[in-house]
Design a protein around this ligand. Sequence first.
Ligand code: PEP
Length: 237
Amino acid sequence: MQFMANFKCNHTAHSVQEYFTTLGALGFSQEFLRENELVFFPQALSLQASKDFAPFGEIGVQNAYPAYSGAFTGEIGVQALESMGVRTILIGHSERRVLLNESQEFIAEKFAFFARLGFFIVYCVGEPLSVRKQGEKAVQEYLQAQFAGIDVESTRVSVAYEPIWAIGTGRSASVQEIAQTHAFLRTLVQNPLLYGGSVNASNAKEILSIPNVNGVLVGSASLDAKSFYAITQSVLA
Ligand code: PEP
């Protein structure tokens, strides 16, 4: 299973040290680390501290600009990522699609750029509530459109299904909704499929047992090391 933590705009260079120290003390067995994968997406200003203090797992960037370096004020280029050994990126998160107005065209450009460089891409798709209310068929059409210009075989890619209405709301999609939508996504891609949207220590075990769910992408419940650890351990319970 893949367990991914998206810290979003939370934590600092100092607090990630405490986070990874706590996680390290809780400890993962060699067997767990052999069979599962841990990926953390801290905010950019905590990337180096995370690289320095995470005793295990991969550190990825939540966003970057499709350029090596240059006149792109406020953006993060590949040169800086390379200097820290960061080779994993989250692309297509709904907060960037909606709040930052990232178009499918720009997302596809970014995806192709980082795929060419061989980055591990965690690609997010997900529908708003208005679409979910129209039923599964409408959801499928919406999600399919989010694969426009995306070649999921061009590099290592995991696809995260994150219904927007389930993100940060405390209301996860139901087992049936996840099962149906993941079955549909499986007809589109053979890549690992993650579910994201209000995953926590209480619902993780059930979600991870749904067919075609190969892991979880966790926001709120990943911010606390003990809570994220409990999610990872639910696969063993
Ligand atoms: C996310 O933003 O990727 C996410 C899944 O958030 P949350 O777990 O808080 O719903």
